[in-house]
Design a binder for this molecule. Structure first.
Ligand SMILES: Cc1cc2nc3c(=O)[nH]c(=O)nc-3n(C[C@H](O)[C@H](O)[C@H](O)COP(=O)(O)OP(=O)(O)OC[C@H]3O[C@@H](n4cnc5c(N)ncnc54)[C@H](O)[C@@H]3O)c2cc1C
Length: 386
């Protein structure tokens, strides 16, 4: 039996052990201070978990996407938050698939060792979230540099990343045939750029996510930092989306598992009117229903990973997995709050923190409506809505 067939029990067991060193109190402290989980991310990097998707020749372990999913699912199921570093696993995929041999050699081994963090992804702008190709940040060629001007928003982990993968317009929209053309993927070394044309401003959000506004003001970036062919960046970003969706879906499954375990434990223990509250079907059924949703979503995540690993088109399954898993984790979260009554609102129970954290995934990295649009148009052949 291969490791894949058994769903990576050894990796999961080791991740559980690592996560046990970062209990609820650790996350609550960070949450209150809106601080980054540096110790947790360092521990994951040192153990090699963030580089599992990087091929062995570049210093990673070259495992398939289901292994990365198993790691993220397990992290979330222990109450920890992989959102602080999940992008370190997959943003590098754009370099791996489209970067030059020199770029791969330069960056991938350092990303694999954790010496370099590439976990900032600059796509969304204040005027273009869902409508990505309407983005207005420009990268103008000037000799052997690009000069970048514009603004990004919601660039997560920007203060805790050395590199950013930026999507910017290199050819004005009116000079391209299609709006998807003329956009380029450029690697920005933020260590050099901060204070020299790049400003990072964190946004205080409902959960601890270090999402930032980024301002580019005549930032000079070496032309060799372009990934692949100029003008093809949008296609490269699309290429990475199935992996991202499957991995976020795996995190949602982990969140749902955490909520359900909490709910079951409490519903068995809590005595009201002299009996366990879980004896009331009004308490038990929402937990059971959410659990059923979670298991169904889990199967879709597995199917998406299977197709992805087989080199088949996994677009339909990756999108459905992301939507179903985000909805299932939310159903589990709702049931957990209701089961705990007033105690759900006490910070010490961690439920309110996880509740805030898991809500994100119905909006980012893609909102549920846009997944429904994808299914309607690309799977069912309904007319395009936008
Ligand atoms: C905490 C956080 C972290 C993030 N991290 C990153 C990051 O690291 N990098 C990055 O680039 N982005 C990031 N994002 C941005 C995220 O991807 C966007 O918020 C998301 O894609 C939605 O875009 P928007 O917020 O501009 O919403 P809008 O595009 O303004 O949409 C608003 C609402 O309208 C709906 N809507 C819009 N058009 C349609 C339509 N045609 N049909 C039906 N419904 C529609 C949407 O579904 C949504 O519910 C992050 C966001 C958050 C909140």
């Amino acid at each position: 039996m291969t490791e894949h067939d058994t769903d990576y029990p050894e990796i999961r067991a080791e991740v559980v052990k690592l996560c046990a060193r970062f209990p609820g109190a650790y996350w609550r402290g960070l949450d209150q201070a809106r601080a980054y989980p540096t110790a947790f991310v360092t521990a994951l990097s040192e153990a090699g978990y963030l580089s599992v998707l990087i091929p062995e020749e570049y210093g990673g372990s070259g495992l398939p996407i289901s292994a990365a999913g198993a790691i993220l699912e397990t992290i979330q199921s222990t109450g920890c938050n992989g959102g602080a570093c999940h992008a370190q696993m997959y943003i590098m995929g754009t370099i791996l698939r489209h970067g030059s041999a020199a770029m791969k050699q330069l960056y991938l081994p350092q990303i694999a060792s954790g010496a370099l963090r590439l976990q900032a992804f600059g796509v969304t702008e204040p005027g273009s979230g869902t409508d990505t190709t309407a983005l207005r940040t420009t990268a103008r060629r000037d000799g052997d540099h690009f000069i970048i001007n514009g603004q990004k928003i919601w660039t997560s982990r920007a203060e805790h990343s050395d590199l950013m993968l930026l999507l910017a317009r290199t050819t004005p929209r009116e000079e391209t045939r299609k709006k998807t053309e003329g956009l380029s993927a450029i690697l920005v070394d933020m260590r050099e750029a901060v204070g020299r044309g790049l400003t990072i401003k964190p946004i205080r959000t409902m959960m601890n996510h270090n999402s930032c506004e980024i301002f580019f003001d005549d930032l000079r970036v070496p032309a060799e930092n372009i990934v692949g062919v100029e003008g093809q960046g949008f296609r490269y970003i699309l290429d990475g989306m199935n992996a991202e969706r499957l991995l976020i879906a795996a995190e949602c499954i982990g969140d749902g598992t955490w909520f359900t375990e909490k709910s079951v434990h409490y519903a068995r223990d809590r005595q009201v009117f002299g009996r366990a509250i879980g004896q009331n079907q009004g308490v038990a059924f929402p937990i059971a229903r959410a659990y059923a949703q979670l298991q169904a979503a889990k199967l879709m995540v597995r199917e998406g990973c299977r197709r992805y690993e087989a080199g088949e088109n996994a677009g339909e399954q990756a999108n459905m997995a992301k939507m179903l898993a985000a909805e299932a984790s939310w159903a589990c979260a709702e049931a957990c709050v209701q089961t705990h009554g007033g105690f759900a609102f006490a910070e010490d129970f961690d439920i309110e923190r996880k509740f805030r954290e898991t809500r994100l995934y119905q909006v980012a990295p893609i909102s549920t409506n846009l997944i429904l649009s994808y299914i309607a148009e690309h799977v069912l052949g309904l007319p395009r809505s936008y």
